[in-house]
Write a protein that binds this ligand. Sequence first.
Ligand code: DOR
Ligand code: ZN
Length: 349
Amino acid sequence: MTERITIRKPDDWHLHVRDGAMLKAVMGFTARHFGRAIIMPNLVPPVTTIADALAYRERVMAALPEGSTFQPLMTCYLTDETDPDEVERGFADGVFTGVKLYPVGATTNSAAGVTDFEKIRPVLARMEKIGMRLLIHGEEAADPAVDVFDREAVFIEKRLEPMTKDYPGLRIVLEHLSSRIGVDYVRAKAPQIGGTITPYHTLLNRNHMLGSGIRPYYYCMPIVKREEDRRAVHDAAVSGEACFFLGTDSAPHPMAAKLAVVGCAGLFNAPVAIETYAKVFDEAGALDKFEAFASLNGPAHYGLAPNEDTITLERSPWTGPDEVKIDGPEDRALIYRAGETIEWRVVEG
Ligand code: DOR
Ligand code: ZN
């Protein structure tokens, strides 16, 4: 049995770190093990301009522990009004790594998201021309007739498939894959499309969330689905195929907001993320594919070099922390797998 594994330093290709006291409380968890992370722009108000992204990057850097070499990769929040010139300038200046498409209403802070897919055509055409990645929250959410469990499948059919035909040179990341249909679609469209996979979509189905008591901490968008879907997402992750790579979608919320009458979507998993992926690969007998998923496939899809440093994990159980304290009125955020045995531990890097 493998007890110890060294891989190139991983990157997180989908991360929420928020702002203010929450940013200060959570940033260190990602910076301690990951080389880079794609920082989501769904602040209130969202990060829509170069100036916004530069200012946010400064705040992220200020929240890093002393001596950290972590590199935040900033994204531009796509709206109906986004100016292609601003996007191109931000990309050329190295401020924006990609553009993030949230369909309006699809998730937390998506009120400024895209309402009219005709209006974003000039931006998509420009991105195709300059080789800039489009990151997609792939759920059709505006139409109340679409069942919440079908949102990914409907988005793919109605929005994504036409987009891939209209812009064949546009490289896309379909984020947080949650369904068999999503996984199969990415596989069929690779290398134009790559897909990120969270730790929890490989482990949870809707029975975990709803089958014995309602567990609001498992509530996220896209919502966890049937066992068949979990299995497909899990198998895609551990396959090592180049089109699938790590993106935690770690999304901290104050506890009161998670447990409110209308609770918000998102699992804060950064404190146990790389360890949880290691468990998933280990239990699948696929630790030999772990480095490809965590550290190689993502940079390749983005046209970037992998990290030079390494990290080492060991099988050495510890207990997952319950919560992180946040300065001020927000108080605390609960952590995914709180109190569970975490089988793997990072011992170097
Ligand atoms: O569950 C989610 N939470 N999904 C998202 O897409 C956004 C995220 C958040 O920002 O809280
Ligand atoms: Zn997200």
